[in-house]
Design a protein around this ligand. Structure first.
Ligand code: ADP
Length: 533
């Protein structure tokens, strides 16, 4: 036998702790606090406090695999929990504070969370569901007021933690964290990340052709730490030693732009709707910025990418899901794509992109894998070391193919250069006279009109056609665009049958907790729509 002589070092969270304590101990973590002031810490301090948290958990009887919930904004104490909970062998379960209180209670119950770490400013939200799920202990972070009985102050907990409790040995396959799907198309389902999946995901997300993060960067994760671990970016930044700026509860364009300017942010990450608000603020008052802006969670309209370029901000479009940790596709320009015309480059950047290393993506319909012709569509199926192979407490076995790929429910095509483009979610496709109409394609085209801020297209019941598309439009302030004008604007790109028959103008489009269009609610709003005969 000629066996490998390499060290078998498990890929566990202590790799990040060790780095934070040594090579990058001086790197800053800047958090906007609930009172708007800026709190400054370093990776060294964050790691030290994280280990105090680990020891406090162990002293409190927390055992390997126990779930500890967080209900927090993006700030350094949340980063401490990201490290400290898994260092104790426990599982950090980030609760989504934008969900209905009953849904939060349902998710905590489903995961059987033992303790809760909560921001003081979120206690009113907790009051709305505390009777529905009994956490064993509630730890209040950044508390400024006297605590009611049974609640523990986070700082006091850290202070009282024993100094020398040994930490448990971790296996790379141990559970590290858990997120629930945001339930856009069904009840939330739990996904459990391992130490190994998180570490590998961090390495690949930092690569130049992925989200590109280095120790020369300053990252601002606007995407919440309670949504797919802020796309894993806090861990990626820890791995490479990039400075982190955490915006707390203040996600309005001005607060974010101020932070970007003041802290010299070079990489930011957020969903299209947040960046759309930022575009308006920048159009009204341009600033001198230069940064890469990761965008995902829902499709980034091509126009948004073009507009951000004007402001010195490079949008990087990426696709993923809670089930995929989330990185599955990234739309960076390959050398072949860079050889195309500028317009074509924008089209490529607006696609969802190419799979990074370790990720295997195929697009399949009933006849098998579709050709890379940019026309034939099928469902995206994905396999990677950071894609879930089951849900925590839900069967849904039909979500996996026999050969182990995860069925995403996203319908896409693939162009000759291999770029995947999502046309729609299966659940949102519109069935009209035996044809399928992809609502997302119409939305992206409509959002290319200069007067349109947002557009969501849904199928509405129709006697003759079974369904017809209706477009809900939000116009930019003080702008106008009639139905005829919008129809004519997108007509060159689509068959006649695809063009929406109705346009309604709304102040806002209902959104899910993760900022996606809430099409279930829109369909409910327009279910009794009377079509003109
Ligand atoms: P939920 O499935 O409950 O909405 P997720 O946040 O996991 O919660 O959403 C994943 C879905 O979001 C994907 O399946 C896809 O439909 C959509 N999505 C994510 N990123 C993009 C993107 N860049 N373009 C289009 N759709 C996207």
């Amino acid at each position: 036998m000629f066996e490998s002589t390499m060290m078998n070092m498990p890929l566990t969270i202590d790799i990040l702790i060790q780095r934070a304590q040594t090579v990058s101990s001086h790197v800053e973590v800047v958090s906007r606090q609930a009172d708007r002031s800026l709190h400054r810490s370093t990776y060294g301090k964050v790691a030290e406090r994280a280990l105090q948290l680990s020891r406090a958990l162990l002293a409190g009887g927390i055992k390997k695999g126990d779930r500890i919930a967080t209900l927090m904004w993006n700030h350094s104490s949340h980063l401490e929990a990201y490290l400290g909970i898994p260092m104790a062998g426990a599982v950090i379960h980030t609760l989504n504070l934008r969900l209905h209180p009953d849904e939060i209670a349902y998710i905590a119950e489903d995961a059987k969370d033992r303790w809760l770490l909560i921001d003081e400013v979120l206690l009113p939200l907790f009051d709305a569901f505390k009777g529905k799920y009994p956490f064993e202990k509630v730890i209040v972070v950044d508390s400024t007021k006297a605590l009611t009985e049974g609640r523990v102050d986070y700082e006091a907990l850290l202070k009282a933690a024993p100094k020398d409790t040994p930490l448990p040995e971790l296996k790379e396959t141990d559970a590290l964290g858990s997120c629930y799907t945001s339930g856009t198309t069904g009840r939330p389902k739990g996904v459990v990340y391992s130490h190994r999946s998180t570490l590998l995901h961090s390495v690949v997300s930092a690569l130049p052709d992925s989200l590109q993060l280095s120790f020369t960067d300053c990252l601002m994760a606007v995407v919440p730490m309670f949504h797919v671990n802020a796309w894993g970016l806090p861990y990626t930044a820890l791995l490479v030693g990039a400075k982190q700026v955490l915006p707390g509860p203040f996600l309005d364009p001005t607060s974010l732009l101020d932070l970007m300017e003041e802290e010299k942010v070079t990489v930011a990450a957020g969903v299209p709707t947040i960046w759309m608000g930022m575009r308006e603020a920048l159009d009204a008052k341009p600033r001198n910025l230069k940064a890469r802006m990761v965008v995902g969670g829902s499709a980034a309209p091509e126009q948004l990418i073009r507009d951000f370029d004007r402001h010195g901000l490079e949008l990087i479009h990426a696709w993923g899901m809670t089930e995929t940790s989330p990185i599955g596709l990234v739309a960076k320009l390959s050398p072949e794509a860079k050889g195309k015309s500028l317009d074509e480059q924008y089209h490529m950047r607006a696609k969802q992109g190419l799979p990074p290393p370790f990720v295997q993506v195929r697009v399949c319909n009933d006849s098998g894998e579709v050709p890379n012709d940019g026309k034939t569509s099928g469902e995206i199926q994905i396999r990677a070391p950071w894609v879930t192979q089951s849900y925590a407490s839900n069967d849904s076995k039909d979500r996996w193919t026999k050969d182990g790929y995860f069925r995403t429910g996203d319908i896409a095509t693939r162009c000759p250069l291999g770029y995947v483009q999502i046309n729609d979610r299966i659940a949102d496709l519109i069935k009209s006279g035996g044809e399928w109409i992809a609502s997302q394609q119409l939305e992206n085209a409509l959002m290319g009109h200069p007067a349109v801020r947002e557009a969501a297209v849904i199928g509405v019941p129709h006697e003759k056609w079974s369904e017809r598309p209706l477009a809900a439009i939000v116009l930019k302030p003080d702008m106008k665009a009639s139905a005829d004008e919008l129809r004519a604007f997108i007509a060159p790109q689509f068959a006649n049958l695809w063009l929406p028959d109705a346009f309604v103008y709304l102040d806002t489009i209902p959104r899910t907790s993760a900022g996606k269009f809430k099409k279930t609610e829109l369909r409910e709003m327009f279910k009794d729509w009377k079509w003109e005969k």
